[in-house]
Design a protein around this ligand. Structure first.
Ligand code: HEM
Length: 390
């Protein structure tokens, strides 16, 4: 069909592996296996998920068309990040950029907007009170982590996603005797995207106001105009230090829901960017500020992605299969030592030499983050009620 990408075709080996573990997992789940078998099991599940559970937020026929860009590209962005998120793909320049729709993990027919009746039954306030409420002394601290784990993941989600807010809100029906202050609970609605197709009426799309790429937009901004504001005026390629305006809004890429954990991480990665610039300046004294900024940004973003892949995720998900799997995502089965010694063993394979630098594969769907991804990353219970510091 025009406007669609060719479908994903896993290799015969991957299909056999996925089928075999699909049957085995009816009896034994992946996490019951020893590390290496558990990791192979996860690889098999990933193939099935890539095959069945990546769906575009745009109606059929609109997907690739919406990824087109009318304006000619500045040659600079062949080798540098564009803050609006454009040009990571030269054939679909607007893929993953600011204002593109979130994708889905399920086909459109299973993602219809709930009716009012469905929305309030069961009542979300009742569910929240029964299952989520933190009772007196009920916060169970994770003994292997500190508050940096929460600050880090919030910092990351502020790079990846933010829904566009509507101007009106829901009035959540409160049960008899509910103690919510003021007796009225308002919840801001999410702004749906414009209707592009009749199917959008039943299954609206929602825009991501951040770029969906791992591009550090929480410190660099999600538009070229914003990035200009955050850079210093000098030819040093550096970012301005975090400062606050008269109303207390920080000077940085993403400012919502601010607290001291975010202040620390935003400041740290601005300093890191600037330290990379200093190092580059010593090696490349002739580079202009833009070249310096672009290169430092690439290094800084790669650093954040690496920390998240091989440090944060294995720390939070302390299962041996995850330790192997997340390290393999970054270094491949070749491992860190060998890869650092001889570089990528395979130019193309993510399994042998890790995802960074492997062949681009979209699995039949333009890249986006999904609504379901956003839902699982609402990790607000990581924040304690009281804190005397990180
Ligand atoms: C002091 C800490 C935090 C504050 C004040 C805060 C506040 C908020 C607020 C006001 C919203 C929007 C309202 C809503 O949709 O519910 C929100 C959304 C969200 N928060 Fe937090 N949050 C905090 C920590 C975290 C942490 C630790 C995570 C971990 C990943 C997180 C992830 C998210 C996500 C994914 C959304 C949805 C964003 C969207 O759909 O646009 N937040 N947060």
């Amino acid at each position: 069909m025009p406007g669609q990408l060719p479908p994903y075709r896993p290799s015969l080996f991957d299909r056999v592996l996925a089928k075999a573990f699909g049957m085995i997992n009816k009896i034994v789940p992946w996490y019951k296996f020893p590390g290496i078998i558990g990791a192979i099991n996860l690889e098999a599940i990933r193939t099935t998920l890539r095959l069945n559970n990546l769906h575009d937020g745009y109606p059929p026929g609109h997907a690739v068309v919406n990824m087109a860009e009318q304006e000619p590209m500045d040659e600079r962005f062949l080798h540098a990040r564009n803050s609006d998120g454009k040009y990571n793909s030269l054939t679909m320049p607007r893929m993953g950029c600011t204002g593109m729709r979130f994708g889905r993990q399920f086909p459109r027919e299973y993602c219809r907007k709930p009716t009012e009746e469905e929305l309030w039954n069961p009542n979300p306030r009742v569910i929240s009170e029964r299952f989520m409420k933190r009772r007196e002394g009920g916060f169970i601290p994770a003994t292997t982590l500190n508050l940096f784990a929460a600050a880090w993941i919030q910092f990351q989600t502020h790079d990846w996603m933010a829904h566009e807010r509507a101007h009106d809100s829901y009035d959540v029906p409160l049960p008899e005797g509910d103690g919510w202050p003021g007796g009225r609970m308002e919840l801001l609605k999410t702004q749906p995207d414009e209707i592009l197709d009749a199917s959008d009426i039943e299954t609206p799309g929602y825009k991501n106001t951040n770029t969906a790429w791992w591009d550090g937009s929480q410190i660099y901004g999600s538009s070229e105009v914003e990035t200009e504001r955050l850079r210093t005026a000098h030819e040093d390629g550096k970012l301005r230090q975090i400062s606050y305006d008269a109303s207390g809004v920080p000077l940085t890429g993403f400012v919502d829901n601010w607290w001291f954990g975010l202040h620390i991480l935003h400041s740290l990665f601005v300093l890191e960017h600037n330290a990379i610039c200093d190092k580059l300046r010593r090696a490349y004294p002739d580079w202009n500020g833009t070249k310096m900024f672009d290169t430092a940004r690439l290094v800084n973003c790669a650093l954040m992605a690496k920390i998240h892949t091989v440090e944060w995720t294995p720390a939070v998900l302390g299962h041996p299969a995850l330790q192997i799997g997340m390290n393999a995502n970054w270094w491949g089965l070749a491992g860190e030592t060998l890869t650092k010694l001889v570089g990528r063993l395979s130019k193309t394979s993510e399994i042998i030499s890790g995802i960074p630098g492997s062949t681009t594969e979209l699995f039949g769907v333009p890249y986006s983050l999904t609504e379901e991804f956003v839902s699982v990353y609402r990790m607000h219970p990581l924040i304690p009620g009281k804190s005397s510091g990180i």
